[in-house]
Design a protein around this ligand. Structure first.
Ligand SMILES: *Cc1c(COP(=O)(O)O)cnc(C)c1O
Ligand code: SF4
Length: 357
């Protein structure tokens, strides 16, 4: 007798490809059936994708799993607070041509693709990523490169998105070659989550595409020590072996990394994987992200915890991207107050010291 329905795939088998719908997520055993309607409603509004590498890190029996929290849609995403906005860091007002954001004199963002292998539920560009026509066409890329060529103050090109390491290696190679040929561009920086979200993509064709005359850095987006799986660390190793220095970007997220232990473990794991912690981002005011928000004072306390207790190599700088397009500002904490300087244990000392101190 043949069954009327094919047997449901085993959850582990369902996790072998990227999950894009409520049905996929439920089949992978990552959300109970009653949550499907909620996930479907969120998926209608915002892009959803969870790669096998990240799905495998989720513990479905833990209701507070920090990986699940970052990627499984939540109904709270459909409620925006009055302070939240569609363009939280004012990219649009600083975009002279499609695919370029020029806010600081010496550097530009280049956004060749607005797709990602995985979609973070707190994404600051969530209104832009995952849509159709999200890849720069040949003419648009040529115009963006012309803009960079024409502005001799541009010392650095930050290639971001979306996730630029999703592009085919041949396109990456063309872009890197074109930037290499612009003599005033001395630094190329990729911002990517691929080493964590799809580590197998960091293979020889991609490494070859990133070989450049110009210094080329990769900033890895990573928010929890568990994201640095064996596969992710191996991907980072391939990048560093190819001569590419790695820095990190972490978003401070409630119930993901906002405890002293979680943040300390993450920073140590990054440095141990040869990634220099660069920024701890205060969460941008994107729509429907309030359930991830940590008060700035709590972020400063977490930074105080790191200072002194954890190697200097493990210290990121805590930054806020000022709404309206005013750029990033370090937001502390501050250890100098007039003629008093505070040590890592909270002791205060006069500086310069009085004679005999
Ligand atoms: C964040 C950002 C940069 C890079 O800033 P750094 O502080 O150099 O990391 C550059 N341009 C724009 C528009 C940005 O938003
Ligand atoms: S990887 Fe970056 S651009 Fe992509 S969804 Fe996450 S935060 Fe947004």
């Amino acid at each position: 007798m043949t069954p009327s329905h094919p047997p449901a795939p085993h959850p582990a088998a369902a996790r072998r490809r990227t999950l894009r719908t409520a049905t996929d997520i439920a089949a992978a055993g990552l959300a109970p059936a009653p949550r499907m309607a909620e996930i479907e409603a969120v998926a209608e509004r915002y892009a959803v994708a969870i790669t096998p590498a990240l799905a495998d890190l989720i513990d479905p029996t833990d209701p507070n799993d920090p990986i699940a929290r970052q990627f499984i849609p939540d109904t709270r995403e459909l409620t925006a607070t009055p302070a939240e906005r569609a363009d939280p860091i004012g990219d649009d007002s600083h975009s002279p041509v499609k695919g370029i954001v020029h806010r600081y004199p010496d550097r530009v963002l280049l956004t060749p693709i607005l797709h990602c292998p995985v979609y973070c539920r707190f994404c600051f560009r969530r209104e832009k990523v995952g849509g159709e026509e999200a890849v720069l066409g040949d003419g648009e890329m040529a115009a963006a490169l012309d803009y960079i060529r024409a502005h001799r103050t541009i010392w650095e090109v930050v290639i971001t998105g979306g996730d630029p390491l999703m592009l085919p290696s041949s396109r990456l190679a063309e872009m890197v070659r074109a930037l290499d040929a612009i003599t005033h561009v001395r630094t190329i920086r990729f911002h990517s989550r691929v080493p964590v979200s799809d580590p197998d993509r960091i293979g020889q064709p991609l490494l070859d595409a990133l070989q450049s005359e110009t210094a080329l850095w990769v900033a890895v987006h990573c928010n929890h020590a568990r994201e640095l799986s064996e596969a992710a660390r191996a991907a980072c190793r391939r990048l560093t072996r190819a001569g590419i220095p790695l820095i990190s970007q972490t978003v401070l997220l409630k119930d993901v990394n906002d405890s002293p232990a979680a943040l300390e473990e993450l920073m140590r794991a990054l440095v141990a994987a040869r990634i220099k912690p660069y920024y701890l981002h205060h969460l941008d005011l994107a729509h429907g992200t309030d359930h991830f928000r940590v008060p700035i004072a709590a972020g400063q306390d977490l930074m105080r915890h790191l200072r002194g207790r954890v190697s200097g190599l493990c210290q990121p700088s805590y930054v806020l991207d000022i709404p309206g397009g005013h750029g990033k500002a370090p937001i502390g904490p501050v250890y100098l107050d007039g003629d008093r300087v505070e040590d890592w244990q909270g002791g205060r000392h006069r500086y310069p010291p009085e004679r005999g101190d």
